[in-house]
Design a binder for this molecule. Structure first.
Ligand code: DC
Length: 227
C-alpha cells in the first residue's frame, strides 16, 4: 500500500485532533498534533516569564532560546503519544487557558514557525502521517495527498472545548472559552506568516451538525482506494 500524508487544518476546536487520531489508528499511521508543538513553545515562553499582560512577548529572548528546546512525542503508560518538552511530559500544562491565551501570539512569530515546520517535516519523512493544524496543507505539506479543512459555528466549537477543559480547570466559564476560540481564529487568520486559510485543493467539511462518527465516515469516503 502506498503511504500518504493526510493534512487536517481548520478553525479552533472543530475536532481536528479527534478525527486525525481516528484516521491514523484506522490506517496504522502516526498522528502528529502540530498545535501541541506551538502550545509547547508558548508554555516554554510563559515558564520563562517572557509574556506579560499585553499582546507582546519577549520575542528576542524566545528566538535566542529556541536551540535549547527539545520536543518529543513519546508514548505514555497507556500507549498514548504525549508531548515532552526537554524530557518533561507537558501534556496537561499545554491545554491550560494561560497557554491558549498566548499561543496565537507565539505562533505568529516567523522564527518559531520555521523552527517547528522543520521538525514537522523531519518527523514525516517516511509519510504514513496524519497531521492536524492550521498550515499543514498550505505550508508544511503543500503536496499532501489528502487535505481536509474543518469549520463549525463558534458556539458549537466553544461548547466542545468547554466540556474538555472543565476536567482540568473547574473554574472555567463557557464565555471565556468562546472568547478565546473566536480571538484565536481571528489572530491565526490574520497573521502575516502562514495564516490559517483553506488550501485550494482541501476538502471543506462543516462539522457543526454532525457527530464524531458521522464526520469520520465522511472522511473515510475520501481515502484513496489503495489505502
Ligand atoms: O490546534 P490547537 O488549537 O491546539 O492549536 C493551538 C494554536 O497553535 C492555534 O490557535 C494556532 C497555532 N497553530 C498554528 O499556528 N499552526 C499550526 N499548524 C497549528 C497550530
Amino acid at each position: 500500500m502506498q503511504k500518504i500524508i493526510i493534512a487536517i487544518d481548520g478553525l479552533a476546536a472543530t475536532g481536528k485532533s479527534t478525527q486525525a487520531k481516528k484516521l491514523a489508528s484506522y490506517l496504522g499511521y502516526r498522528y502528529i498534533d502540530s498545535g501541541a508543538m506551538y502550545r509547547a513553545i508558548t508554555f516554554f515562553a510563559l515558564q520563562n516569564n517572557w509574556c506579560q499582560d499585553t499582546n507582546n512577548c519577549d520575542e528576542k529572548a524566545l528566538i535566542a532560546a529556541l536551540p535549547n528546546v527539545q520536543l518529543d512525542f513519546l508514548p505514555d503508560a497507556t500507549g498514548k503519544s504525549v508531548l515532552h518538552l526537554n524530557g518533561t511530559n507537558i501534556d496537561n500544562e499545554i491545554r491550560s487557558m494561560a497557554v491558549s491565551k498566548w499561543v496565537s501570539t507565539i505562533a505568529a512569530i516567523p522564527e518559531v514557525r520555521t523552527f517547528l515546520v522543520a521538525q514537522q517535516r523531519a518527523i514525516s519523512a517516511q509519510k504514513a502521517i496524519v497531521m492536524d493544524g492550521r498550515d499543514i496543507g498550505t505550508v508544511v505539506f503543500p503536496d499532501a495527498e489528502l487535505k481536509f479543512f474543518f469549520t463549525a459555528r463558534p458556539e458549537i466549537r466553544a461548547q466542545r472545548r468547554f466540556e474538555e477543559l472543565q476536567a482540568i480547570d473547574p473554574d472555567i466559564t463557557f464565555q471565556q472559552v468562546l472568547e478565546n476560540v473566536v480571538e484565536r481564529d481571528q489572530k491565526d487568520s490574520n497573521r502575516k506568516t502562514s495564516p490559517l486559510i483553506k488550501a485550494s485543493d482541501a476538502i471543506e467539511i462543516d462539522v457543526s451538525d454532525q457527530n464524531v462518527s458521522a464526520v469520520f465516515q465522511l472522511l473515510l469516503r475520501y481515502l484513496p482506494t489503495n489505502q
